[in-house]
Write a protein that binds this ligand. Structure first.
Ligand code: GTP
Ligand code: MG
Length: 135
């Protein structure tokens, strides 16, 4: 089965949305493989979002993602990467369909509640970054 790294970002944790996010992915049939609440260092945040290093919002994004505890999860299931991104909805929560996590719970593009890996390559890289001990 495929694995994906999912984050409930600091806005989602602060707003008390962890339970609803986990309930939705479990209801979909994704299985939890690892879970840890932690506050990212700037170094780990810059590595995680390295593909966005040249973007104008990079500094703001790193500040946001390190601003408080987030919940890091590894989920597993058939087509887990695509399945979770469908649950999350579009990056911009205003464009995200109602019924998706971002569509239901967020309004701002940066503070969009969740992250999900976008390819098998990024899933492998991100899982190794967050959970180096995971087999
Ligand atoms: P992730 O799962 O978090 O990677 O989201 P994504 O794959 O849907 O979007 P993308 O990788 O393009 O952007 C990463 C994150 O940067 C987004 O989830 C937002 O939190 C943030 N972001 C994206 N675009 C903008 C923007 O234009 N402005 C700001 N401030 N943040 C942005
Ligand atoms: Mg992304």
């Amino acid at each position: 089965a495929e694995r994906s790294l999912v984050l409930v970002k600091p806005d989602g944790v602060a707003r008390g949305l962890v339970g609803q996010v986990v309930a939705r992915l479990e209801a979909k049939g994704l299985r939890l493989v690892a879970a840890e609440l932690r506050t990212l260092t700037v170094e780990v945040a810059e590595e995680h979002y390295g593909e966005h290093r040249e973007r104008p919002f990079f500094g703001s994004l790193v500040e946001f993602i390190t601003s408080g505890p987030l919940l890091a999860l590894v989920v597993e299931g058939p087509r887990a990467i695509e399945a979770f991104r469908a649950l999350a909805g579009a990056t911009d929560p205003v464009k995200a369909a109602p019924g998706t996590i971002r569509g239901d719970f967020a309004l701002e593009v940066q503070n969009n509640i969740v992250h999900g890996s976008d390819s098998p390559e990024s899933a492998a890289r991100e899982i190794a970054l967050f959970f180096p001990g995971l087999g």
